[in-house]
Each structure stands twice: as C-alpha cells, then as structure tokens.
Design a protein around this ligand. Structure first.
Ligand code: SF4
Length: 210
C-alpha cells in the first residue's frame, strides 16, 4: 500500500487559473522532479522561479499518510454537510505520488479532483481537472487537459510553443519576482493581442490568504 509524503493540507480559496475564487482543499505533496526544494540547490534547479515551499512534511496537517487516511483528512477539512467538494492536488509535483488508490479514495468521499502539474509526468486516469503549467527546459509530455497555465515570461517557454496543444483554456500568469509589475504589463499586452490567452493572477496573494 502506498504511503504519501504530504507537505501541508488546508482549506482555502483557489487563487489562480480557471477555478479562481472557488473553495477547495489544497493537498500539497512533498517533492518535485524539477528542484529539490532546498535554497542551496536552487542554482542547479531546472525550474528556477519556484515560489512554493514543498520540502519536507512539516506544514499544516503535513505527514506521511496511507490513501484512506489522506482522503479522510481532506474530507474533514471540508465544511460538514456541504456539497461541491473540491480538492486540488499540488506540490511540488503531485504526479510523483498521486495514484489510483488515492484518486479512488477521494472520489468515494464525493470530491472532484484537480491537479496542478508541470506536465512532465503522465496523468493517471479519472482526474476531473488537469491544469498543466509548463516549465522551460523540460520535456512536456502532457499535451492535453483542461487548462494550460503558463507563468510569463519564461525564456524558452514562450506561449507560441503551447497554443496548438489540446487544452480548453489557456492562461498567462505574471511571474512573481521583483519584476512583477513589468511582468503583469507584459501579460496584459500579450493577452490583448493574442485573445486565445486569458490573464491569471495569483489572487490569494492579493487577498492575503493561504
Ligand atoms: S515545477 Fe512547480 S513545484 Fe516544481 S520547482 Fe517548478 S514551480 Fe516549483
């Protein structure tokens, strides 16, 4: 039976992309295949701009879980008796760990499942919402899904490389860095002139929520 290493689990509002504003339980797995998560390794990370702490299992409700325990913990964080259950598996890279037993366990409790993946690992069956966020200098193998959300700008990961892929929604999201203002302006200008793309903002940061 699989054991899952989880950094944190929390009930919040999805801050970015298509489901912005929607209540969700976020389950953040530990670990990523594009960076160790340790600052001292950042210089050799494939993905250079990561703004997420996914190292270890020391966050809120972090720990090692079996599938049934993890599903139950997610369920306990949802408001009692309320429908529209929604869980977002993220990371790190969730597809290093998310598998059929956990997908089934969470579905049995009535949740719709979304993932936020870097697109370098095959997606298992029965995911309800697949959001791929491609990273420069990686091989994208997930070429279809619900939402492609590209952090912008990234050298070697221009939007033109992805717009032919089989996604229903295409989002550009300003890279959070000291250049956030000019990155936001660049996103606005790009979306105005390339209407296939929509703006995604990290509204959880604007609202000051987890
Ligand atoms: S793929 Fe995502 S989690 Fe992994 S290092 Fe890049 S931004 Fe961070």
């Amino acid at each position: 039976m699989s054991t899952y290493a989880v950094k944190e689990i929390y009930h919040t509002i999805q801050g970015e992309g298509h489901h912005t504003g929607k209540a969700a339980v976020f389950c953040r797995f530990s670990g990523c295949n594009l960076w160790s998560g340790r600052e001292e390794d950042r210089y050799k990370a494939i993905c250079q701009f990561c703004d997420t702490d996914f190292w270890g299992i020391d966050g809120l409700h972090g720990g090692k879980y079996k599938s049934s325990e993890l599903a139950q913990t997610i369920n306990e964080l949802w408001p009692a008796g309320k429908a529209n259950k929604f869980v977002v598996f993220t990371g790190g890279e969730p597809l290093l760990q998310l598998d059929k037993p956990l997908i089934d366990a969470v579905h049995e409790l009535g949740f719709a499942i979304a993932i936020e993946t870097n697109g370098t690992i095959e997606v298992p069956e029965d995911i309800d919402w697949v959001c791929v966020s491609p990273k420069a200098n990686t091989e994208l193998i997930v070429n279809a899904g619900d939402e492609l959300k590209l952090v912008y700008p990234q050298k070697e990961a221009e939007p033109e490389r992805f717009e032919h892929l089989d996604f229903d929604h295409f989002y550009l999201q300003p890279m959070d860095s000291p250049d956030i203002e000019s990155n936001t302006t660049a996103v606005i200008n790009y979306c105005k002139t390339h209407p296939k793309w929509k703006v995604s903002l990290q509204t959880h940061k604007i609202m000051g929520i987890l």
